[in-house]
Design a protein. Structure first.
Length: 370
């Protein structure tokens, strides 16, 4: 009887040991599967990042979209990207209610994150019971119970941070931090890329004299519309006699030429055509989705209208005794037109047209196809 009992116990112990070993192997396999799933997700996120960079939207819109991708793909409750703009910390993207932003954009001042910033390493904090709160939340208990803080550096220069927050205790205990480090590095790479676009966005100005935006507008906001079409016609024209009018008549008369010419053209354009001051006597129009033949006819009509517009000299016109008074001036324009193909360099097309106009004889006044 005792022998049977011992045998039974040994069998039970063997089963128990087998179950423990099986559970350990199963846990290991599940962990490997989970890590693999996270890596697949990260590859998908990286692809979405690249797609977002190539979209024709503003730099700030790209940052917000990237944050939305992170929230969706990693099922994060809250995600916030904060960047130092040279004067203050600014929330570039967040799905947290705006009333909490004053706290979120000052985390660099929190002692709990100071070591993280100084050592450029992530910081994970959580609570152990509902009576605790995350140190940076002050009087706010309910919203977040776990957080991971990632300082952001470009070329060893601290530029801000990314913080993800969860509504559960120990929510990020089993998250693969190496994957999140990769995501953080991708955020930095994306930010580095779109900073160049931000520079262009910030260069957009309105020319006081003509009432037109400058040429940088074509490379930023306007390009969103332009690139809805596979091809567009690009026109650059030059007021050939503007310098002569400024010298022989007066500067204010030359300014009046620019003002009247721009008003004539602006009133003839649709909303998806973009008219800008290119530089000095040169102006540009992008006719979104239009072919050069149609634009050539349009510009012939514009040219005729502009060059028959009589503009009287302004009050700063001084007639010398030996000169005969000029009753009016007539603008003369030289036009160059080419095709822009979506995905190619718009600035390259513009530069080619500008180069032609600058090399043309000042007496030339024509419609040119390049």
């Amino acid at each position: 009887m005792l022998g049977i009992l011992i045998t039974f116990v040994i069998i039970l112990l063997g089963i128990a040991i087998a179950l423990v070993v099986y559970n350990m192997k199963l846990k290991s396999k599940l962990q490997i599967l989970n890590n693999t799933s996270q890596k697949v997700t990260s590859l998908s996120v990286l692809q979405d990042f690249m797609n977002t960079i190539s979209e024709q939207i503003t730099a700030d819109e790209k940052i917000r979209k990237i944050n939305e991708i992170l929230i969706e793909k990693y099922e994060i409750k809250y995600s916030t990207i904060v960047i130092y703009n040279g004067a203050e910390y600014e929330i570039k993207a967040s799905n947290v209610e705006e009333k909490h932003w004053p706290i979120l954009k000052n985390l660099q001042s929190e002692k709990v994150f100071s070591d993280s910033i100084q050592t450029a390493t992530p910081k994970y904090i959580t609570i152990n019971n509902d009576n605790e709160r995350l140190p940076y939340l002050k009087m706010e208990y309910a919203r977040a119970k776990s957080a991971m803080f990632f300082p952001l550096y470009i070329d060893n220069v601290y530029i801000g941070y990314w913080i993800i927050e969860g509504s559960k205790q120990h929510e990020f205990d089993n998250v693969d931090t190496t994957i999140l480090e990769v995501v953080k590095n991708n955020i930095i790479s994306v930010f580095r890329t779109i900073e160049n676009q931000r520079v262009i966005d910030n260069l957009v100005r309105e020319d006081r004299l003509s009432g037109l935006k400058n040429v940088e507008y074509l490379y930023s906001e306007a390009k969103t519309v332009i690139d809805k079409y596979p091809t567009s016609a690009v026109c650059v024209f030059k007021i050939q006699n503007l310098e002569k009018i400024n010298e022989k008549v007066s500067r204010k008369t030359g300014n009046e030429v620019i003002s009247k010419l721009c008003n004539i053209i602006k009133n003839s354009l649709s909303d998806e055509y973009f008219f800008v001051r290119y530089s000095g006597p040169k102006f540009a129009i992008v006719f979104s989705g239009t072919d050069v033949e149609g634009v050539a006819q349009f510009m012939k009509n514009i040219k005729k209208k502009v060059e028959t517009t009589k503009i009287e000299p302004r009050e700063d016109y001084k007639v010398h005794s030996e000169d005969k008074r000029i009753p009016y001036v007539l603008p003369s324009i030289n036009v160059a037109i080419s095709t822009y193909y979506k995905g190619t360099a718009l600035e390259g097309v513009m530069s080619k047209l500008e180069e032609y106009l600058d090399s043309a004889n000042l007496s030339e006044s024509d419609i040119n196809y390049l």
